[in-house]
Design a protein around this ligand. Structure first.
Ligand SMILES: *Cc1c(COP(=O)(O)O)cnc(C)c1O
Length: 353
C-alpha cells in the first residue's frame, strides 16, 4: 500500500476471487463456470465484430438489447447490459445504497459485503435459518435496499416466485435486487414481473449458464425508471462498459437457444449424479438448484476436503467463514469432471479413516 492512498480505500477488504490457475493442471470446479465452450454463433460473431474494434461500441448496445428484449418478453427500456453482472450489482449499490442501508444474508454472495463497504453503506445482515434457508418473512419491511441471490450462493437453495414476490411486495419504500446468476439450473425466475413492481431489479449473468465468463456479460432488468437510475451510474463511470466483442458474443449466445438448453440439462443431470455419489460415500449435500453443490463430510473440515481434493488434482472452493467452514462448494462440470471429482473424494475419505 502506498502513502498516497486515501483513508477510506485503505480500509477496504476487497473481494477474493477463486483461484484461476492458468496452466490447466486441475479439474477446475471452483468458480462455477460452464464446462462447455461458448456457442459457435458467439465465436463467429466475435470474430466478425473484432474487425470493427477501431470504433467505440454503441453505448446503448441496441442490437443486443433488442434480441434480449424479444427473448425475455420485455421492452428494450427494461434492460441494461453490463460488464459481468458484478457491474450491475455495483450500479445498484451506487444508486440505492450509498448513504443508505443494504440488507442481505449472513451467508450469500461475498461481493455484497464488499460493495456495501465501498459505498459506505450501513448493513443489516440477516442470518439464514438453521438449515441454510432464506426466510422470506425476515426481509419484510427490511428498512434498506435488499439483495437476495436466488438460488443462493454458496448453498444452492432456492425460493419460489411467490416467496420472492412476497419480499418485493412488502418493501414498497425500498428496492429489492434479485441476483439470478444461477436461475437457469432449475429455479423459477421473476424476470417476467419487472413491470409489475416499482421496486424490483433482477440481475442476470452470461458467466454461468451461457459459457461467457471470460467475455464479462451480465444485465439488469427492471422497470424503465429503475433502469434510468442505473444508467445514470453507468454514464457517470464508464459509458462504453462492454466491449463490442463481448456484446456480439452475447447475441450469439442468446440466439443459440438449443445449445443453451442442452447444456443446462447436462449440468442438471451431472448435479444429480454428483449429489448421489457424494451421498453414497457419506457426504451431506444440500439440495441445489445451481451449477454447484455445497457438501460436507462428518469428521473432515472443509479445508481438509479442499486440500485433499487439490492434492488429487481437483480444485473446489472452501470458505473460511463461521457456519460454513465444514463445507466445500463444488462446481458441476462435465460428466468426466464429475467422475474425476467422485474418484478423488473417495480417496480423500478413505485416507481419513
Ligand atoms: C458469479 C456470480 C455473479 C457475478 O457474475 P459475473 O457476471 O461473472 O460478474 C453475481 N452473483 C452471483 C451470486 C454469482 O455467483
Amino acid at each position: 500500500m502506498s502513502k498516497f492512498i486515501n483513508e477510506k480505500t485503505a480500509k477496504l477488504t476487497p473481494y477474493v476471487p477463486g483461484e484461476q490457475p492458468q496452466d490447466k493442471k486441475y479439474v477446475k470446479l471452483n468458480t462455477n463456470e460452464s464446462p462447455f465452450p461458448p456457442s459457435a454463433f458467439a465465436v463467429k460473431f466475435a470474430t466478425e465484430e473484432s474487425l470493427r474494434s477501431e470504433l467505440y461500441p454503441d453505448p446503448e448496445y441496441n442490437s443486443l438489447v433488442s434480441v434480449a428484449a424479444e427473448k425475455f418478453g420485455l421492452k428494450k427500456e427494461n434492460l441494461l447490459f453490463t460488464n459481468g453482472s458484478d457491474e450491475a450489482l455495483n450500479y445498484a449499490f451506487a444508486a440505492y445504497c450509498s448513504g443508505r442501508k443494504a440488507v442481505f444474508a449472513d451467508i450469500t454472495y461475498g461481493f455484497y459485503r464488499v460493495f456495501a463497504d465501498l459505498y459506505s453503506s450501513e448493513t443489516k445482515i440477516i442470518p439464514l435459518s438453521e438449515d441454510f434457508s432464506v426466510v422470506p418473512e425476515d426481509y419484510f419491511n427490511a428498512g434498506g435496499t435488499v439483495f437476495i441471490a436466488n438460488p443462493n450462493a454458496p448453498t444452492g437453495k432456492v425460493l419460489s416466485i411467490k416467496e420472492i414476490l412476497s419480499v418485493v411486495g412488502s418493501n414498497p419504500e425500498n428496492v429489492v435486487v434479485i441476483d439470478e446468476a444461477y436461475i437457469d439450473f432449475g429455479g423459477e425466475s421473476v424476470l417476467p414481473y419487472v413491470n409489475d413492481y416499482e421496486n424490483l431489479i433482477v440481475v442476470r449473468t452470461f458467466s454461468k449458464s451461457r459459457s461467457l465468463a471470460g467475455a464479462r456479460v451480465g444485465f439488469a432488468a427492471a422497470n424503465e425508471k429503475l433502469i434510468a437510475d442505473l444508467k445514470t451510474v453507468k454514464y457517470s463511470t464508464n459509458p462504453y462498459n462492454m466491449s463490442r466483442i463481448s456484446a456480439a458474443m452475447a447475441v450469439g449466445a442468446l440466439i443459440d437457444e438449443d445449445y443453451f438448453t442442452a447444456n443446462c440439462k447436462k449440468v442438471i443431470e451431472n448435479r444429480a449424479f454428483t449429489t448421489e455419489e457424494l451421498k453414497k460415500i457419506g457426504f451431506t449435500v444440500l439440495d441445489s438448484k445451481a451449477n454447484f453443490v455445497f457438501a460436507k463430510k462428518d469428521g473432515l473440515s472443509g479445508n481438509a476436503v479442499y486440500e485433499g481434493l487439490k492434492e488429487r488434482g481437483v480444485l473446489v472452493r472452501y470458505f473460511d467463514k463461521p457456519r460454513i467452514n465444514d463445507y466445500v462448494r463444488i462446481t458441476i462440470g462435465s460428466k468426466d469432471d464429475c467422475v474425476a471429482l467422485i474418484s478423488a473424494a473417495k480417496s480423500v475419505v478413505k485416507e481419513s479413516l
